[in-house]
Ligand binder design. Sequence first.
Ligand code: PLP
Length: 235
Amino acid sequence: MTNIKQRLNQILEKIHVAEKKYQRPRGSVTLLAVSKTWPLAHIAEAASVGQHCFGENYVQESIAKIDHCTEQLEWHFIGRLQSNKSREIASRFNWVHSVDRLKLAKRLSEQRPTDMAALNICLQVNISNEPSKAGFFISEIPAVAEQVSQLPNLKLRGLMTIPAPSDDFEQQRTTFRQVTTLQQQLIKQGLALDTLSMGMSGDMEAAIAEGATIVRIGTAIFGPRIKPGLIGRNN
Ligand SMILES: *Cc1c(COP(=O)(O)O)cnc(C)c1O
């Protein structure tokens, strides 16, 4: 299990190298350790060397982990979320990156306990215009962002995206740049956004080059998952 510590340090080093290379301030990119399918012991191992933010995809699994976790960690929900399960998420997580319907945002706002801080939200952008993928199309985002920013118990922080996989670095950058441009447009529109959740194990550097503030890394920290085909799917 010390592998987790080593891999975590390697990823942090890669992030720092990319920050420097692309003139990003040191520490401007946060590492979200995606711990889906892995037990709490793995999370505790990562936490013991200072990892603070963890990403989870599946409702039942994440609830069990959060409710048994004794450490003060920051939990980010990044998976598809059915409306009938939103209450469990609204009362436990610090962030939801995968808001892909206005109705879901409204429910999360209604269900967020008022004695907790506002729930941090990213709108998911379907950047590759894949009909099967979750997320809003670019053209829908300005109006949705305006409405979500008005919801009382949420804090709209920015945009999240999962592009269609590409091995081509320039292609990856071009795709991410569209999300960065969209974010800048929203900021001009008057929204105070500070988060771009983009970049995974295979396209992290391109995302950092284009302004990612949160990279979501699972496999490169915890190793290959037994059920690797589950990205973005319902639990
Ligand atoms: C699983 C997952 C990740 C991490 O993917 P890896 O390939 O394991 O780094 C990132 N983002 C989302 C939305 C995911 O579902």
